[in-house]
Design a protein around this ligand. Sequence first.
Ligand SMILES: Cc1ncc(COP(=O)(O)O)c(C=O)c1O
Length: 414
Amino acid sequence: MKRREFISTSVGGIAALKSSFSFSAESTSRQPKDIRDQFPRLENEVFLNAAGGTPLGRFAEAGMQKYLTLIREGPQAGTRDYFDTVLDEVKEKFSSLIGAQADEIGFVECTKRGEQIAIDGVGEKLDRGGNIVSNDLHFSGSLHNLEGQRRADRDVRIVKSEDFAVSAQRIVDQIDSNTALVTLSLVSNISGHIESIAEIARFAHEHGALVFADIIQAAGVVPIDVRNMGIDIAACSSYKWLFGIHGAGFLYVAKEHQGTSLPDALYPGRGIRNYPPFRIETDTEQSDIAFRAPSSASRYQPGHINYLGYCAAYEGLKFIESLGVARIQNHSVKLNRQLLDLLSNSDFEIMSTHLEQSPILTLAANNFDTLRDRLGNSGINVGIGGDKWNQIRISPAIYNSENDIDRLAEILMD
Ligand SMILES: Cc1ncc(COP(=O)(O)O)c(C=O)c1O
């Protein structure tokens, strides 16, 4: 097996973070059996594909059940209070996870919606010849969108990776005074590559560009501090390392960009008809339709949201909080190392470069066709295929055990 060196992210990147958030508890006493018991799917499968989406936990199901009871039967047995608590606290919890303030968090239905808000926000600069900089380790759905933007005559610069990594310098080389947006996956779903985001952001800001980070493969498993990392806008859905479900995601917009560099395109709020017969006494300070300018990241969200999904996400965030991100991250990193040790004599190329921090380990296999069949019949769930069509992506989570890795190694080495 070809082994690439374990490479650290640059200073100011993830390695340098010493988070003071509640999510950073070094270790908690929660036992592995208790954790595994939360995930019924593990009874049938060796599930090593968190990067594709984590199995539904009992805690998330219970949260959603309370919401379903509320809308089926009306408020009873505390279901309304529970729902109010979720809405009060879910942004607070997410903001604490990423080093932001609650009023910097909005809801989006998916990660790419957040990225689109960033692209639309700099639309004017783009239309004046501005450019977008990214790289090919970014999410394929985003790359497709960026290719669409390019075809719509926008200047889009996608740096090609070398050995499934891209140095900060090569991204920085593409940034100039016309750059409107740098958009990257903080942790790549392809190789687990971790961007040196702080270094890139510093340069981007010097050139007047905004930085968007897709944090779906980081939030809940790799420490994030948006402020220290220089991230202006970020987004993720909640169905991966946040233990939620599809359709309930989070948007972060730094306070200073809200309504300024990221202008308002919609104005959520309640337009009260400020005249008779709707109002007996007209408020002379207000227009006919009373208007209060939105003043938090909810300004990017048009209306009602996936309440059911946020109940799951809320419980997922509490689950993460009960463990601490450091413990969750260490667990994944340790299991990936275990696999590499077991595979050391076999025929795989390691495509991942940040194995000491990233939860994602991608291997390219020479005998992929045989392996795919063996994996298909094994009851082991890993990501398989990829653009190169011979990749196996392993992304163990806190619910996985050393035994899971032994079983995967047996199949891979058979
Ligand atoms: C890096 C990355 N970004 C985004 C997504 C999903 O995007 P969305 O939430 O827009 O569906 C994935 C899913 O695999 C991903 O791995």
